[in-house]
Design a protein. Structure first.
Length: 255
């Protein structure tokens, strides 16, 4: 698992065969719902990319979703559920216009913007995952964390959101240390505090307070926190990224 390495959220599944034939590679983009199907007995390579975080204006410093890869061995025909996270990028000023341009915004656990109708308030990216047998968060086999939304404007106070995980999500990048962010998602928890904490499968929301706009957290195995602004001016931090995950014999398994 690695953090913040790819441009578009997706799931790719390869079947390992000696002589590849049509249908041995399946690619799933973000469509805004969970896609279900069956995989036959065999060995499969699964690659997941989490959703990018929201931005204010400049696109060159987008917080990118994480990347996770693993091998799945199946002994029987098995139901599989693919859920690809949506980016937090809104592309427009009003929430309704944003939904028209990006209908999958923050899908699958990306944190909500503090004020959905204000471009200064950014969404987090959703996590991307593959589930086996049942479509529940506890049946996730592999997860790529979603990235967090930006905080302050892209100026001297720039506050970029954290990248998606990886074993652990990323913290807010650059800028001044204004506002509070409990932290990124890890393998075992989502740090809590000040109404911006994330949880199992979802990122914490961003908060608008006074003149401050805190970025939202990214979704993932455990979501990252959003930022709670100090309220003094538009100089507060972005959110924190969500964590990735791969089910192994030794990996953490929530009860």
């Amino acid at each position: 698992m690695t953090g913040g390495t790819a441009d578009h959220s997706s799931v790719t599944i390869y079947r390992k065969v000696f002589a590849p034939i049509s249908g041995d590679k399946l690619v799933f983009p973000c469509v805004g719902w969970t896609e279900s199907f069956y995989l036959n007995k065999g060995n499969y390579t699964i690659k997941c990319v989490g959703g990018d975080g929201g931005i204010r204006y400049i696109t060159t410093n987008i917080a990118h979703g994480g990347y996770s890869e693993g091998v799945l061995s199946l002994e029987d025909r098995t139901p599989v559920f693919v859920t690809v996270g949506g980016s937090g990028i809104r592309y427009a000023f009003s929430y309704q216009d944003a939904i028209m341009c990006n209908p999958t915004i923050a899908f699958n656990g990306g944190g909500n913007a503090g004020d959905a109708n204000d471009i200064r308030s950014s969404f987090g990216g959703g996590g991307t995952d593959v589930r086996l047998l049942e479509n529940t968060l506890y049946n996730r086999l592999i997860v790529a964390g979603g990235a967090a939304g930006h905080g302050a404007a892209e100026t001297a106070y720039t506050q970029y959101g954290g990248h998606g995980g990886g074993e652990t999500g990323g913290n807010c990048r650059y800028g001044k240390n204004y506002g509070s962010t409990p932290g990124p998602g890890t393998q075992t928890e989502s740090p809590q505090g000040s109404d911006v904490g994330g949880g199992f499968g979802y990122g914490g929301q961003g908060i608008c307070r006074g003149d401050g706009f805190g970025g939202a957290g990214g979704g993932g195995w455990y979501g990252g926190s959003g930022c709670y602004p100090d309220g003094s001016s538009d100089d507060c931090k972005g959110g924190c990224g969500g964590s990735g995950y791969a089910l192994t014999e030794d990996s953490y398994k929530p009860e």
